[in-house]
Design a protein around this ligand. Structure first.
Ligand code: ATP
Length: 305
């Protein structure tokens, strides 16, 4: 029963178009995802009995938020293992250990990443042998961002985010992430989006052509100009201090600055390693910023190590 380990990246949304709320309560999304090199690890060890357990730990001092990650059936990695087991008829259990680096409730899909990693790890540990397309179907049932985290790289996301199609892209990008002291609930940000837009006409979302052109050309400057996020107003309404964080990065010369998904993590695009160091240094003075991380993207999705 040797352990199986899987590394899984965080995601950022280079654009996030949000449409009018649907009858099922979800919002249609038009997004371009990029997987970035901030990785969680999920280790799976098969059990003799049928229990599925999870532990969560972090080596990063600033991330005391791991305490709020559930260690029961609400953990998305456990849900993923259960779903795989139900679909394949396996009888064994598994012990899952998550090493958390992706900020919790940071708009970087850490829970979804762990679900994607758990699918890949348990599929290997239990020898269930599902091929990628079958895992992708299960991923879509677990959450909107889970299919992309299997996929990795750059991709266009449609539906409520779960339909993923590859995008023609060149280049590797330098990012700086400003993590906030406390997470933001995705549900609360969407509720605020609905409140703000009550009585307004919300257009069907679309991926901006300028963003796709920038990615095709591998042009970081054009990409910086094309970054967009329809949840900005809602997230800033709940966390006004994020405006300062964004301004500090822009003043430090970032090519573009937006919130990651529903926030509160802020993203800054840099032109190279030195530029990214300068922006990171400037951000250390932002009161709302708990931690600053330099990162690169795109990177592959959930992979065995
Ligand atoms: P997204 O970008 O997908 O909207 P997020 O990055 O803002 O999500 P997550 O870190 O995925 O947020 O966590 C949201 C909530 O999900 C947490 O507050 C926690 O209660 C719950 N959760 C369940 N399983 C996990 C997990 N493995 N890791 C982190 N959070 C989890």
């Amino acid at each position: 029963m040797s352990p199986v380990s899987v590394r899984v990246p965080a995601k950022i949304n280079l654009c996030l178009g949000v449409g009018p709320v649907r009858d099922d309560g979800y919002h249609p999304l038009a997004t371009v995802y990029q997987a970035v090199d901030l990785h969680d690890e999920v280790r799976a060890v098969v059990r003799e009995d049928d229990a599925i357990t999870v532990t969560v730990h972090s080596d990063v001092d600033a991330r005391s938020e791991v305490a709020v990650v559930p260690v029961d059936d609400d953990n998305l990695a456990v849900r993923a293992a259960r779903l795989l087991r139900d679909r394949t008829g396996v009888s064994a259990g598994v012990d899952l250990a998550i090493r958390k680096v992706i900020p919790v409730a940071g708009g970087m899909a850490g829970g979804s990443a762990d679900a994607a990693a758990s699918l890949v790890a348990c599929n290997e540990a239990w020898g269930t042998g599902l091929a990628r397309p079958a895992l992708e179907v299960l991923a879509g049932q677990l959450g909107s961002d889970v299919p992309f985290l299997l996929h990795g790289g750059n991709a266009v996301g449609g539906g409520r985010g779960e339909t993923v199609s590859p995008v023609l892209a060149r280049g590797s990008y330098h990012w700086v992430f400003a993590m906030a002291h406390e997470g933001l609930s995705t549900k609360a940000v969407f509720a605020e989006f609905d409140r703000i837009n009550e009585g307004r006409t919300v257009a069907e979302p679309a991926v901006p052509d300028a963003l796709l052109a920038a990615l095709r050309a591998g042009d970081a400057e054009a990409l910086g100009d094309a970054l967009s996020n329809d949840l900005t107003e809602a997230a800033l309404s709940l966390r006004p201090e994020l405006e300062d964080t964004l301004s500090i990065g822009i003043e430090a010369g970032a090519l573009g600055a937006i919130l990651s998904g529903s926030g509160p993590t802020a993203l800054f695009l840099a032109s190279d390693e030195q530029h990214s160091l300068d922006i990171a240094f400037a951000l250390t003075s932002a009161a709302g910023c708990a931690d600053v991380v330099q990162s690169r993207g795109p990177v592959p999705g959930a992979r065995l190590i």
